[in-house]
Every structure is written in C-alpha cells, then in structure tokens.
Design a protein around this ligand. Structure first.
Ligand code: IZC
Ligand code: ZN
Length: 411
C-alpha cells in the first residue's frame, strides 16, 4: 500500500468524532502544533506531534503551514443548465427573489435551460464546477436535483450526479429536490404535481438508487409546510431521508416541521424564529446555514449564535446555484460566517468539515483528521486558522489531497 508522511505541519486543526458537534463542543477542536500525519492508501494511519516516525513512506514537507480536513459542502444545486446573470439587473432595480420566480423567471428559467440541455452538456458544466471546488479545498459535496420538475429531467440530473461521482475525484452525495417549484405545466394543478412526486417520481428515484435524501423548498408561493410534510413523508416511505429548505425568506413553519420529522438537516434558516430553533434542538436537526446566499440576496443573516447556544449543531455550505448564490467558494463562506454570524474560526472549521459531513451522513468517514478516516485534507497557504478565515476572497488552498491522492498541486 502506498504510504505518505506529511511532516513539518505548522498547525494541524481538526474537529474530532464521528457525529455532529453542537453547543460549546462545536468550537472545541484539536490544534496540534509541529505535527505530522501518515497516510496509508486512501486512509489516515496515524498523526502526532514532534519527531515524525521512522517509516519507508514517501515524505511531503508541509513547510510549516496549516493542515485541515478537506472541506465538505453540504448544500449545492450543482447540476443545472444556463446561468441567470440577467437577474442581476432586475435585482438592482428592486425585484426580489420571489418576485422574479412568480413572474416565471428564477428557478423556472433554470428549469427551461436544464430541460433543454443534454446529459453530456450538464455533465461537462458541473464537472468544471467540481474542478473549481476541489481547487478551493472542497473534497466532498452534496448535489440537489430540482431543475427538471418532471420525471425525465429529474432522472437526467440525478444520473449526471451519479456519473460525476464515479468519474470525478470529488465525492458527491445526492439529494432529490423535485419539490423545488411548481412546474409551469402544473400551475393550475398543485395536487397533480404533488401526486406525481409522491406516487411516481420519488418511488422511481429510490428504486434506481439515485438519491439518499429528499428535500423540499418550503416557502411562500412555493410549497407550504403541509405540502412539504406530505412530500418528505413520501420520501421516508421510500428510504429517502428528509432535508428541508426552511425559513429562507418567510418563516412558514419549515423549521418546526424539520424538528417534528427529525430531519437530517434544515437549510437556510435566515428568518428562523425562536420556536423553530427549539424544534431543531429537540429533533436533533443540523442547521445548514448559507451566509453567501444572505450576502447575495442582501437579506438578513441566520441567527447562528442563538442556534449554537440552544445546542443545535451548525454546518455551513455554499448553496451554489445560478440564482441566489452563484459562488461555490467555501472559503468565502467561512469568512462571512465569522464576520456576519459571529462564529469563531474554530466553530467555523467544524461547520465546514465534521458538521457538514454529518449533514450528508458521512461523519463516520470524513470531516476530521483521525486514524481510520479517509485521507481527505488540505495544506493551506496559511500559518493558522485565523488567517484562513480572514483573507477574504483569496484562494489559500495550496495542496489538496483526496483519498490520499494529490488532486490540486501548488500554484
Ligand atoms: O435556483 O434559485 N433558493 N432554491 C431555493 C434556490 C434558491 C435555487 C435557485
Ligand atoms: Zn438551496
């Protein structure tokens, strides 16, 4: 088995464990100065401080830099046709996200472009995004469907994700989001679309093993809390675990529903009320917060300090999508989380590694640097964690390793 010893690590920073960390524990990470880490094949074999062990492994000098686990982006809308730069002008003239959607644009214009694209076109476009993500230090990502809104195109999107997962070094976790908007052909028949999702599309997606999670956009003018419950319960009957876009623009009960269903995660939570935070804590739900979206929408920022105080584990993700967050830069997300959520760099690191991994069911395999876990890690052009969270807008990823293999070399 191939062995690699990374030595002369200035600071090795990692959360520890195999499940999400909450409350005070979210900020209690392991910080090792003057460290080394030994990789065997695709796994971490050992790590420590001081003199590196005698070994026949190939050696890699980290030159005194920071090493962390590979970042985990637990919320992306990765596979889509077209872009929506035309909405920038509309936004500047005062149109809101839901106004654009109600006028048939927004998600629905991406649906049009995604339906028109071939599987290969979608593949090539998403592959380019994954290359960019890897270069930014992200080694695992979630990918949602939801730009098909019909059986054929939802399956097309999900198959693209499956193929990318097989052919690209990035590991992908797939989420079915058929309940992302009401498709135009069902605009006068909500019940018909709910039936299509629950009786046809969800069973088919599950049968083909194309997704692990089922998600719903629970929002004013999109899907109500009752409709969301119906869809997520249908998903559960077919083995798809629930996630929910909740309280992004209006608090219509999404966080409460997440708590009741014991959803794996609730996402956005920009306007999450106090009772919603309590429901998340009681239901053991991970809050997946998306500060780049708040920044891009010019909206409020989720009440993350209150969530941490209430014992809700917080993950951070990009929300990469062509409408409300055209960025996939998780380093920028870390910076925004510190500045706008007032998260500490330590809490932030846990949020983009172990808690992100837990939000997609992978905390046993990735999300921390510990013997037995996969060797996904980043050597940053940074001496410490503060610097990584502070150098807003730069890409500080030096060397990126995925399953023990170098997937991004030094600049
Ligand atoms: O395409 O606008 N919020 N879904 C819910 C999105 C943003 C993605 C989009
Ligand atoms: Zn989203």
């Amino acid at each position: 088995m191939e062995k690699l010893l990374i030595h002369n690590i200035g600071l090795l920073a990692t959360p520890r464990g195999r499940e999400a960390r909450s409350g005070k524990a979210q900020g209690e990470i392991c910080l090792l100065r003057g460290a080394w880490i030994l990789l065997e094949g695709d796994r971490i074999a050992a790590l420590g401080t001081g003199e590196a062990p005698e070994t026949d492994a190939r050696r890699l000098d980290a030159e005194g830099r920071l090493v962390t686990p590979g970042l985990v982006d637990a919320h992306t809308h990765l596979v889509f046709g077209g872009w929506r730069q035309n909405e920038l002008g509309l936004k500047l003239h005062g149109a809101g996200y839901l106004d654009i959607l109600a006028a048939g644009g927004g998600i629905l214009s991406t649906v049009k472009a995604t339906r028109a694209a071939t599987e290969d076109e979608l593949f090539d476009k998403a592959r380019a995004a994954l290359d960019e993500m890897l270069a930014l230090g992200v080694t695992t990502a979630e990918a949602k469907s939801g730009y098909g809104l019909d059986l054929e195109t939802e399956l097309k999107q999900l198959r693209v994700t499956r193929r990318l997962n097989r052919e690209h070094p990035m590991d992908l976790v797939s989420t079915f989001l058929g309940a992302h908007a009401l498709p135009p052909e069902y605009k006068d028949d909500r019940e018909g679309y709910l039936r299509l999702l629950c009786d046809t599309v969800i069973p088919r997606v599950a049968e083909e093993g194309l997704a692990e999670y089922c998600d719903v956009f629970c929002e004013t003018g999109v899907f109500s809390a009752d409709e969301s419950r119906r869809i997520l319960e249908a998903g559960l009957r077919h083995g798809l675990l629930p996630k929910i876009h909740a309280d992004e623009i209006d608090p219509i009960g999404g966080s409460r529903l997440a708590g009741e269903l014991r959803a794996v995660s609730a996402e956005h939570l920009i306007v999450c009320p106090e009772e919603g935070i309590r429901a998340l804590a009681q239901g053991g739900v991970i809050a997946c917060c998306l500060p780049a979206t708040s920044f891009y929408l010019g909206s409020a920022f989720a009440p993350v300090r209150e969530m941490i105080e209430a014992g809700v584990p917080v993950a951070l993700a990009s929300d990469f999508n062509p409408g409300s967050c055209p960025s996939l830069n998780l380093q920028l997300v870390m910076n925004l989380a510190c500045l706008r959520y007032k998260m500490t760099p330590e809490e932030t690191l846990t949020a983009v590694t172990l808690n992100g991994a837990a939000a997609i069911g992978r905390a046993g395999e990735i999300g921390s640097l510990e013997p037995g876990k996969l060797a996904d890690l980043v050597i940053w052009d940074s001496p410490d964690l503060d610097y990584l969270c502070y150098r807003m807008g730069s890409n500080l990823a030096g060397l990126v390793l995925k399953k023990g293999q170098i997937v991004k070399r030094e600049k």
